[in-house]
Design a binder for this molecule. Structure first.
Ligand SMILES: Cc1cc2nc3c(=O)[nH]c(=O)nc-3n(C[C@H](O)[C@H](O)[C@H](O)COP(=O)(O)OP(=O)(O)OC[C@H]3O[C@@H](n4cnc5c(N)ncnc54)[C@H](O)[C@@H]3O)c2cc1C
Length: 597
């Protein structure tokens, strides 16, 4: 029998969502956080641009405007009750982070600084509003450091470099998880009353991505294998500005500071596609515009990239043409030093990785797979739901990018993910603790690590000819090419077939390292099995949805079809086959209308 630990609340994942959940659960319940990475190495640390909240520190702003922008950004697929809740909680949540010690950038009079971001507007003028609260271009890094310190202060117990491989469910309720300790290869059973899954996204299903190697959809795959559904997995966001070929993200904050996209003819093309907000349209709109420019041979040198120009002279030229002003009404002008002060990491990335200095040269960019709007379905209390009636699974919660509340619907606005983490992370933590304080532990199953042993033995004992890298590369290529920015029936059908073929080939893999200590090869193989399961769900959901909405853009069905498709997709894996169902979208105030920027 493995090592057994007992807690009231278990959080799987130590990113922004997991730490916020752990912090709030620990206020009233014995709480542990388990993470395959050391907590401050979690992917939240990569978040650059900011966290959205209508503080109105620089100009007038209101939570109702933030709510409407988010509903519109979601292409009306987001659940409006949850969006309203998130945008109303945002202001308090950001001040809470400030009080925990987060070193936000400041206005000259000492308030939290804010900048514009795509899709965030003053609803009366339609112009971009400064809503993103930021700590230079290291906002996520600061969130992680701040929350980790608060968790330590609050006696949260951390299990770092433990990889969770299975969720234990007893009598239809969560009972704990099974994890492998990376340093020893030993299995541990964590027995708990509540489990919160906060394992982040799965961008590694795509070839060009801004996502870290650890983004392998572990939580979503584990839940799927335990018979629970995944929601709206066809909606995957491609961020417009990844560094060409590398995918490393150049934050939208660059365009927020005035940077513009330029084609091979030297034209600023976004005013054709989004005449009002131009380069600050929502991400799906900008990514598609870039794709069309490249398709019509206006990529730089005819290649599949464009320029993001943030040289101060370019910013100042277009700011003058757009009539952009500072809050005091003076013309907006930026210097090279100011750019460096506001975006130090971006300048550094470009200098280091591609030898381009953004202060004097334009940056080569292409859309990069960035964020999953879909995930483990939850309600706004963080409870995982398992059917089209929104029935909660007792004791099981999810938050952050792994979850689908759904506040992002078909397309997420920038800065709303960090917001999602802190708002729903907090409420998942509070509610999981409250549940645990009123519930008994479920009994452990007879042999709790049985399924985990089966998975590991299969990987360790395989002697076939296939290897993890070939299968992974083929999966990433077909997903990027055929389930990417633009999609067709033929391409997606090909992708489904290819992924299924790769799943068959995966049965023949062998792993050279059979050791126990830090066997990363074995774990990479396990992660690939997750990515394959997730790819199949993404491709099948995308093929099934016969319309274009948000990030899901079909060339064969170019229009949004509210009559037939204003509904969430749910997908279950049953006996190795996928089953599709639906659940309704929640409306409060906003009737769907055509989305124009
Ligand atoms: C480059 C970049 C820039 C971004 N900038 C912004 C921004 O400016 N504003 C914004 O709102 N959003 C931004 N985003 C999106 C946002 O950062 C992420 O969506 C968010 O940080 C995800 O947080 P999370 O807590 O859900 O997951 P993560 O921070 O990824 O944490 C996941 C955790 O789960 C753990 N884990 C995973 N699998 C397992 C397992 N099997 N067992 C144990 N532990 C596991 C990991 O160790 C990690 O601790 C950006 C994203 C990227 C990639």
């Amino acid at each position: 029998m493995a090592n057994i630990h007992q807690f009231d609340v278990l959080v799987v994942g130590a990113g922004g969502a997991g730490l916020m959940a752990g912090l709030y659960a620990s206020k009233t319940a014995k709480t542990a956080v388990i993470s395959k990475l050391y907590p401050t190495r979690s992917h939240t640390g990569a978040a650059q641009g900011g966290v959205g909240a209508a503080l109105g520190n620089i100009e007038e702003d209101r939570p109702e405007w933030h709510t409407y922008d988010t509903v519109k950004g979601s292409d009306y697929l987001g659940d409006q009750d949850a969006i309203e809740f998130m945008c109303n909680e945002a202001v308090q949540a950001v001040y809470e982070l400030e009080h925990y010690g987060l070193p936000f950038s400041r206005t000259p009079d000492g308030r939290i600084a804010q900048r514009p971001f795509g899709g965030h507007t003053n609803n009366e003028t339609g112009k971009p509003v400064r809503r993103a609260c930021y700590a230079a271009d290291r906002t996520g890094h600061m969130i992680l450091q701040t929350l980790y310190q608060q968790c330590i202060k609050n006696d949260v117990k951390f299990f770092d470099e433990y990889q969770v491989l299975d969720l234990l469910m007893v009598n239809g309720a969560a009972a704990g998880v099974v994890a492998l300790e990376l340093s020893s290869g030993e299995l541990h059973v964590f027995h708990a009353k509540s489990v919160i899954i906060a394992t982040g996204g799965h961008g590694r299903v795509f070839e060009i991505t801004s996502n870290a190697y650890a983004y392998t959809g572990d939580g979503a795959a584990i839940v799927l294998r335990r018979g629970l559904p995944l929601e709206d997995m066809e909606f995957f966001q491609f961020h417009p500005t990844g560094i060409y070929k590398l995918g490393i993200l150049i934050t939208e904050g660059v365009r927020g500071e005035g940077g513009v996209l330029i084609n091979d003819k030297g034209e600023r093309f976004m005013d054709k596609y989004a005449p009002h907000v131009k380069d600050l349209a929502s991400r799906d709109v900008v990514s598609r515009a870039m794709y069309l420019e490249m398709r019509d041979k206006r990529g730089i040198g005819g290649k599949r990239y464009l320029y993001l120009d943030a040289r101060p002279e370019t910013i100042n030229k277009y700011a003058a043409l757009d009539g952009r002003t500072n809050p005091d009404g003076s013309p907006y002008v930026i210097s090279g030093d100011e750019l460096l002060g506001k975006l130090p990491d971006i300048v550094d990335f470009c200098r280091t990785y591609i030898g381009v200095d953004p202060v004097t040269q334009p940056m080569p960019v292409q859309p990069t797979a960035h964020y999953t709007m879909g995930g483990i379905p939850t309600n706004k209390f963080g409870q995982v739901i398992h059917d089209d009636q929104n029935t909660p699974v007792p004791g099981l919660y999810a938050a952050g990018e792994a979850a689908c509340v759904s506040v992002h619907g078909a397309n997420r606005l920038g800065t709303n993910s960090l917001l999602d983490l802190i708002v729903f992370g907090k409420h998942a933590g509070l509610n999981a603790a409250e549940y645990a304080n009123g519930a008994d532990l479920q009994p452990l199953p007879q042999d709790p690590e049985d399924y985990t042993h089966q998975q590991i033995d299969f990987l360790r004992n395989g002697s076939g000819k296939e290897n993890v890298f070939d299968i992974g590369n083929e999966m990433k290529a077909v997903m990027f090419d055929d389930v990417g920015v633009f999609r067709t029936e033929e391409g997606m059908a090909k992708a489904v077939e290819k992924v299924r073929e790769l799943k068959e080939r995966f049965k023949q893999i062998s792993v050279a390292d059979t050791g126990r200590i830090f066997n990363t090869e074995l774990l990479n193989a396990w992660e690939l099995s997750n990515l394959l399961d997730i790819s199949e769900v993404v491709a099948v959901s995308a093929l099934n949805r016969k319309e274009s909405r948000g990030a899901h853009a079909r060339e064969d069905y170019p229009e949004r079809d509210d009559e037939n498709w204003m509904k969430h997709t749910l997908v279950w894996q049953r006996d190795g086959k996928l089953e599709i169902g639906y659940k309704p979208v929640v409306y409060t105030h906003f009737e769907p209308k055509k989305r124009v920027y």
